[in-house]
Write a protein that binds this ligand. Structure first.
Ligand SMILES: Cc1cc2nc3c(=O)[nH]c(=O)nc-3n(C[C@H](O)[C@H](O)[C@H](O)COP(=O)(O)OP(=O)(O)OC[C@H]3O[C@@H](n4cnc5c(N)ncnc54)[C@H](O)[C@@H]3O)c2cc1C
Length: 391
């Protein structure tokens, strides 16, 4: 097979890339190793309404719940409640990713991309030392797909980057190890996304409950890799559920990782671009990566459509992608990485103290950045290190 562009992975990043490039006239092939796009889900499915609406025309069937806001709980139980319209990239909609991911892939197919499921990319093809396509396997059959440009949108466990010599390795302190239950319980709050903080609850991370309607929620935990052993997230999540939802029924369970490394050194190589989790573009504070993967996918698709017809796909020519995403997504994740580095080492007393400092302040209308600003204002000495990042 021959085409202009191979996209590896049909998550939100890959499908947006494939759609944008195909709409611009490129001959695109998108490979997905799973037999069903979007399934199994490894995500809590929370996105900001405003950010999603900027990227796609919304279809209500993608949404399993629309929430009123977010509730943050300090280790001693003190609560901060933030309203939905200002909580930035964290909440708004809880998606049904099985439906959402499939819809984005269908949009890519409608734009003209050839979508191949149950097709696993196995390695890069080379010509004169430069990547010239992908070798893959489709239901036991070997395939060679020649293309001048490969986009690796193959998620947190990305191999495309490694094949191209890009260092995507994550240190334990740069990955949240996660576990999640789909939980049914009368005590689930159907109207708010909830975040629970504390070093005993989730060292270097947090526990979340994202409602999916009718007393169903994605209840999960992220624990910083450097503060966890392999079984830690599941053990802590079980303890949390036993304490907070003792009658809860676990209907699904999954484990996964979220990069919280901030921008990596490079996301391009000759003939290769990385997008989304493969490029470590998720938010280091929240771990959210759907919106950033989609935004990076749009950029990569547009740049592919410009560069491929000109035959300019060497690493130097692809710097235009590095520049675009670093000036946008990159700025936000650089700042949030520094904030995360500070917060992961706070004690429970620190977290309680910071939460109490908001007593009497109306935080309901603040977004995450606004909340951090108020925290710095209320705790100038304690949060001195964050001042230059936030104010
Ligand atoms: C527990 C958990 C909770 C999360 N909660 C949220 C949340 O609430 N909100 C949020 O915004 N983000 C969340 N995330 C992160 C979010 O899921 C990712 O950031 C997002 O899916 C990244 O999209 P992507 O397109 O880059 O990669 P993915 O969605 O991971 O898609 C990559 C695709 O590539 C395919 N693939 C991989 N290797 C190959 C190969 N060799 N050949 C062919 N196909 C391949 C995979 O099967 C997959 O379909 C969470 C993650 C976890 C683990």
């Amino acid at each position: 097979m021959k085409c202009d562009l191979v996209v590896v992975g049909a998550g939100p990043g890959g499908s947006m890339t494939a759609k944008v490039a195909a709409e611009a006239g490129l001959d695109v092939v998108m490979l997905e190793k799973r037999q069903e796009i979007g399934d199994p889900v490894r995500c809590a499915e929370g996105v900001s309404k405003a950010a999603l609406r900027k990227l796609v025309d919304l279809d209500p069937v993608w949404i399993s719940a629309e929430v009123k806001g977010a509730r943050l709980r300090a280790p001693d139980g003190t609560e901060i409640v933030m309203s939905e319209d200002r909580t930035g990239a964290e909440v708004g909609y809880v998606l049904e990713r099985k439906v959402f991911d499939r819809a984005l892939a269908r949009d890519a197919a409608e734009a003209g991309a050839k979508v191949m499921v149950k097709t696993r990319a196995l390695g890069l093809l080379h010509e004169k030392g430069v990547p010239s396509g992908i070798s893959a396997q489709f239901v036991g059959e070997s395939l060679k797909i020649e293309a001048p440009l490969i986009i690796g949108a193959d998620g947190v466990e990305s191999k495309v980057g490694r094949w191209a010599g890009i260092d995507t390795a994550l240190k334990p302190k740069d990955i949240e190890t996660c576990a999640q239950f789909l939980l049914q319980d009368e005590k689930i709050d159907d109207e708010y996304c909830e975040f629970y903080l504390g070093n005993d609850i989730a060292p270097g991370g947090y526990v979340w409950s994202f409602p999916k309607g009718e007393k169903l929620a994605n209840v999960g935990i992220g624990v910083l890799g450097s503060k966890a052993n392999s079984g830690t997230p599941i053990r802590l999540l079980r303890e949390f559920v036993a304490k907070n939802f003792p009658d809860g029924k676990i209907l699904e369970m999954m484990v996964g990782g979220v990069p919280v490394s901030g921008p990596i050194e490079t996301t391009t190589a000759d003939g290769v671009i990385l997008v989304g989790d493969a490029a470590r573009q998720s938010d280091p504070i929240t771990g959210g990566g759907i919106i950033n993967a989609m935004r990076a996918g749009v950029m990569a698709g547009e740049i592919a459509a410009d560069q491929v017809p000109k035959g300019e796909v060497d690493k130097e020519s692809l710097q235009i992608y590095e520049k675009r995403w670093r000036e946008t997504i990159g700025k936000q994740i650089t700042r949030n990485f520094a904030v995360k580095e500070f917060f992961v080492d706070l004690t429970d007393d620190d977290l309680n103290h910071l939460t109490h400092s908001l007593n009497g302040i109306n935080v309901a209308e603040l977004d995450l950045r606004g909340l951090l600003k108020v925290l710095v204002r209320q705790n100038p000495k304690h949060l001195l290190k964050l001042r230059h990042l936030i104010v």
